[in-house]
Design a binder for this molecule. Structure first.
Ligand code: Z5A
Length: 218
């Protein structure tokens, strides 16, 4: 979706609060940085909640378990509708009410995950995914998205170190994982105002310093 697309007008950022999403490949350090940012807002006595996708509501957590435990390959559209159902409920139940009170929402994965995993990595058009998001409450964009960029080697190394059983997405081929990284870089190039790319290969402290520099003052 570019600025000249008729779809563009249907999307908005929240009028109140601060909505930040984090994106990246497996092991890029999203959870680590979200925790640090939460501590930062806590230290400022700013009301801040941390949520994840899929999940974050009791309905969403059931969908999360269903898709991550899935063994046979799903059609990209089947995956898409699971993520959208989880997202719509999360927006309605948690994200929008907290923003309306002026709070901060830190979200581990959002629409860009669907654009990358279900569209770009699968060879589908991103326009199709945007089209599905034009209906409320899905037509909300974050004020800022941090994309933590790591190489395939770093991603695989961190996954190996963690050494747990592989879920539905972790079991995909290295070729698929390489497409994800390419997809994220493509998206970051398309939406440079919203998506800030930060090297996730740096130390935890250096990544956090870069995030603080790009934090909107809302
Ligand atoms: N998915 C989708 O397909 N479509 C969608 O629309 C949505 C999701 C919303 C959810 O996975 C899956 O759903 C995801 C995409 C798909 N699948 N994949 N892959 P998840 O929530 O279970 O997993 P994840 O989002 O990929 O999270 P993760 O693996 O836990 O990664 P992370 O949160 O980005 O990383 P971390 O836990 O902070 O760090 C990973 C390890 O690296 C850990 O041991 C850290 O101590 C270490 N680490 C972190 N930062 C550093 C630095 N800077 N240096 C060295 N080591 C570090």
């Amino acid at each position: 979706m570019n600025q000249s697309s008729p779809l563009h007008a249907t999307f908005r950022t929240p009028e109140k609060g601060l909505f930040i999403s984090f994106e990246g490949a497996e092991g890029s350090g999203k959870s680590t940085q979200i925790q640090k940012l939460k501590e930062h807002f806590d230290s400022l006595s700013r009301s801040c909640i941390v949520l994840r996708e899929p999940g974050g509501t009791s309905f969403g957590e059931k969908l999360r378990a269903a898709i991550l435990n899935q063994e046979t390959k799903l059609h990209a559209m089947a995956e898409t509708f699971v993520f959208l159902a989880s997202r719509a409920q999360l927006l309605e139940e948690k994200i929008l009410p907290h923003l309306a009170l002026g709070g901060v929402v830190l979200l581990d994965r959002y629409v860009d995950s669907t654009l990358v995993y279900q569209a770009l990595a699968r060879g589908e058009s991103i326009e199709k995914i945007w089209t599905l998001h034009q209906f409320a409450p899905l037509n909300i964009l974050p004020h800022r998205t941090f994309y933590l960029d790591i190489s395939l080697e770093v991603s695989l190394e961190r996954q190996l170190k963690r050494g747990q059983n592989k879920d539905y997405f972790e079991s995909q081929s290295n070729d698929f994982q390489a497409k994800l990284l390419k997809g994220y870089r493509t998206l970051a190039g398309l939406y440079p105002e919203r998506i800030k790319t930060i090297s996730g290969a740096q130390s935890v402290e250096d990544v956090f310093r870069d995030i603080l520099q790009e934090l909107p003052h809302l």
